[in-house]
Ligand binder design. Structure first.
Ligand SMILES: *Cc1c(COP(=O)(O)O)cnc(C)c1O
Length: 230
């Protein structure tokens, strides 16, 4: 069995190969390790291998791990990448460094109001529903400019970029078209908002194509920690 250390190294190798293939700088793509459903010991193993950015989907599960690891892994940056309901915004504002699943103003307003003054601003990515699947989270591309403009005004947030989960499809052309639309949205917005530097897209199965389409951060779970129980 491969260890987390070896699998992490393999993912770094994949990122290096993917950036080289499209003549991008190897350091232009960051790795977010997605640790949902995995125990704190797995996070610690990745931490000991040098990983510092971790993504979680479920608020209570994440808070438990954040608290368990607070003293032994003090410099972890925690990212919420799962859906966020308004009754959980306060605990999220108090514990996370990033929220990448913001898709409506009400949630952003609550996060800004509830971010403790003693903490740095909360980093935000707006989640975009690039595949336009009806039951999927994310703002539609045509509604993105207004949401971004409103979020950028909120005092305790920093608008860092966009996040998307492309359609689960084997159709590479369709996937590429969606990723290129996302890249275009990002390229249009980044000059307007000086804090925007993050295009979060690409997972275990599609990180290469995401890197080819401008991703600056891939979110990888399975390829590092192994498969999850359903
Ligand atoms: C689970 C998850 C990932 C990681 O997916 P893998 O296929 O396990 O790499 C990335 N992003 C989000 C939003 C997720 O929920």
């Amino acid at each position: 069995m491969n260890t987390i250390l070896q699998q992490l190294q393999q993912v770094h190798d994949r990122i290096a190969a993917a950036t080289a293939a499209c003549t991008r700088d190897a350091n232009s793509v960051h790795l977010l390790a997605v640790s949902k459903t995995k125990p704190s010991a797995d996070i610690k193993a990745a931490y000991d291998a040098g990983q510092r950015q971790f993504g979680e989907n479920y608020v209570q599960e994440a808070i438990d791990k954040i608290q368990a690891l607070a003293t032994i892994c003090p410099d972890i940056h925690w990212y919420l990448i799962g859906p966020l309901q308004s009754n959980k915004t306060k605990i999220v504002a108090e514990h996370f460094d990033w929220v990448q699943s913001v898709d409506r103003l009400k949630i952003a307003e609550r996060l800004s109001a509830q971010r403790p003054a003693s903490m740095p601003v909360l980093n935000i990515c707006l989640q975009v529903n690039i595949s336009r699947e009806p039951n999927k989270s994310g703002v539609l591309p045509e509604d993105l400019p207004a949401l971004a403009a409103a979020v950028a005004e909120l005092p305790h947030l920093s608008l860092r970029g966009l996040m998307a989960i492309p359609e689960a499809t084997d159709d590479q052309e369709k996937l590429t078209a969606q990723l290129l639309e996302l890249q275009q949205l990002f390229d249009r917005m980044a000059p307007i908002y000086s804090t925007m530097d993050t295009l979060s897209v690409g997972m275990s199965n599609d990180l290469e194509i995401a890197v080819a389409c401008g991703s600056t951060q891939v979110r990888v779970g399975t390829a590092i920690f192994g498969s999850r129980n359903a």
